[in-house]
Design a protein. Structure first.
Length: 218
């Protein structure tokens, strides 16, 4: 069973679903040359995609273009369905730092053929994630600085205030499609600056008030 841990505590959460929101930062949509979606772009990763802080990313042999995407992660603390925005934050147990790794070449190929692209998003080690910090330690999840360095150079630098959908709206909207359960993880989208990673790279992601995540590439 895959589990995540709360920072500075012995409390752990068995992981259920990993639900991801795509195209939630306008600058990222533009850099990919995509159209602004008229509703949330939602996809899922399996629990076996998780990689703990300090772990090693293994890029599948069938891809030669793996991209990093730094994201604020939400940990669901109680079950809810059709959640109202005004109540959404009360369903969250914590916040974490995550990477949504994407095999861009495979994703593009699958999209061009009109096929699902989970194999580009859900491979083993495709979701590096930090421990979670309790939700009450974050003053405003909609105003947090995000920064990703690769080999010491800044690749991504943004703020959650640039998200097209707030954390509250993300939780509420996703809960209309899926019942959210304790231990589910939600990834909230990535700012601009995504680019290729390769063997030997060292990645360090930080999110203000939340913490940091460090992983390397095999």
């Amino acid at each position: 069973m895959h589990q995540v841990q709360m920072s500075h505590a012995k409390e752990t959460y068995p992981v259920g679903k990993i639900i991801c929101l795509g195209q939630n930062y306008l600058d990222h949509i533009r850099e990919l040359g995509s159209k602004v979606p008229d509703r949330a772009v939602i996809f899922c990763k399996p629990p076996c995609s998780l990689l703990a802080n300090g772990g090693v990313i293994e890029i599948p042999e069938y891809s030669n273009d793996c991209h990093h995407e730094l994201e604020l992660a939400l940990l669901v603390g109680k079950t809810g369905k059709h959640i109202q925005e005004k109540d959404a934050l009360s369903y969250l147990a914590g916040y974490g730092v995550a990477l949504d790794l994407t095999l861009r070449d495979i994703q593009s190929e699958q999209k061009s053929r009109g096929l699902p692209w989970e194999i580009a998003k859900g491979f083993d080690t495709s979701c590096p994630i930090s421990d979670f910090i309790p939700a009450d330690k974050v003053s405003d999840p909609n105003n947090l600085e995000l920064k990703l360095k690769v080999n010491g150079d800044i690749r991504q630098h943004g703020n959650t205030n640039q998200m097209m959908r707030s954390v509250e709206k993300i939780v509420a909207e996703i809960s209309n499609f899926f019942t959210l359960e304790t231990g589910d993880i939600i990834l909230t989208g990535t700012p601009a600056g995504v680019s290729r990673i390769q063997s030997g790279d060292h990645l360090e992601g930080t999110i203000e008030q939340v913490g940091s995540l460090q992983v390397s590439v095999a």
